[in-house]
Design a protein. Structure first.
Length: 79
């Protein structure tokens, strides 16, 4: 019995673009736009399928992490 793409991707440490879209609460088309513009997490294309390494998703999340209290007012207070 053949496993589905999502199960195989998970076994290999990847997420499908559908899974990443669900996680990020965006449309798959938004991920496609990010890829075209060089934004968003790194990805792997295998044929026509797109996969995201889980460690790349974590790295991207850390790169866009917001620091609490680091808004404009906090920045002005620190000057």
């Amino acid at each position: 019995m053949e496993k589905d793409t999502a199960a195989l991707a998970k076994e290999m440490g990847f997420l499908t673009e559908e899974q990443v879209a669900l996680l990020a609460k965006v449309k798959v088309e938004t991920l496609d736009e990010w890829r075209r513009r060089g934004k968003g997490p790194d990805y792997v294309r295998f044929g026509t399928a797109v996969f995201y390494d889980i460690s790349d998703i974590k790295a991207h999340l850390l790169s866009i992490k917001k620091t609490v209290g680091c808004g404009r007012e906090a920045m002005l207070r620190s000057i």
